[in-house]
Design a protein around this ligand. Structure first.
Ligand code: PGA
Length: 253
């Protein structure tokens, strides 16, 4: 198994790290106006998306030819549900850019035939000639998208059962933990690793352990983010709180 060292950029605070990620998304679109972007949801990318919207408002970036694929969606939530990832993407990003709805893909949590929908999501990514730049977050347990520990390296877009830990972490967005869906559709690890370039944004001390294991731990399906070491072009963009301990480790290796 060939592994690569992951490029790590550490910024003093979350605002600088978010600006860096926004700049990477914008630079990708400048270089390739018809870029295919892989996008993430969650608390982490909100400020980066805000920066992208600001740049678009200033006339600095045109999304007219861009296409996007989101990583995941809850099963059972309609897109009008405020906690659905489609709703999040519209509210945080798409509604503020010149991107047509049909150029943005988010898995459909209400698809009648989930397996068929997942297979067709993979086909759509392939038909778009793959993802140029995939943005990721990371879970406390090392998950990427909803690929929880134990997800296979070869996994593709599919429906998954969320772990109790993920349900608990995401309960903050819902009225009660009972309202958090138990299932989701997620791109697989195999799907994510086919993106040409990957940028993972992680902020805050609570993610430090997960990030450290991803960068320096064994490459193992029990910590899905560590599988990113198998990809030749991955950059972790971190704030200083999240990067605690990493300098010493880097110096030691
Ligand atoms: P967060 O989620 O950005 O809300 O912390 C990231 C993730 O779980 O992948």
């Amino acid at each position: 198994m060939k592994t690569h060292s992951i490029e790590t950029i550490v910024h003093p605070g979350p605002a600088d790290a978010s600006r860096d990620v926004a700049n990477r998304l914008i630079a990708e679109v400048h270089a390739r106006p018809n870029a295919v972007l892989g996008l993430a949801t969650g608390g982490t990318p909100v400020e980066a998306y805000r920066q992208v919207v600001e740049a678009h408002r200033r006339g600095e970036v045109d999304f007219g030819e861009v296409r996007t694929f989101n990583l995941d969606e809850y099963v059972g939530l309609a897109e009008e549900h405020p906690q659905s990832f489609r709703y999040f993407m519209q509210e945080q990003l798409f509604d503020h850019l010149n991107i047509k709805r049909e150029r943005t893909q988010v898995p459909d949590g209400l698809a009648a035939d989930i397996d068929e929908h997942c297979a067709s999501y993979e086909t759509k990514i392939r038909d778009a000639d793959g993802i140029d730049l995939q943005l990721l977050g990371i879970g406390h347990n090392g998950h990427i998208a909803f690929n929880e520990p134990g997800s296979s390296l070869e996994s593709r877009t599919r429906s998954v059962t969320l772990t109790a830990e993920t349900i608990e972490k995401n309960a903050r967005f819902f009225d009660s933990p009972h309202d958090v869906p138990r299932f989701a559709i997620t791109m697989g690890i195999g799907t994510i690793l086919e993106a040409r370039r990957i940028v993972l944004l992680a902020l805050g001390e609570a993610k430090a352990d997960a990030v450290e294991k991803a960068l320096y731990g064994p490459v193992t399906e029990s910590h899905p983010a560590s599988l990113l070491q198998m990809h030749p072009d991955v950059t972790f963009v971190l704030d200083a709180a999240c990067a605690r301990g990493i300098d010493q480790l880097a110096g030691r290796s």
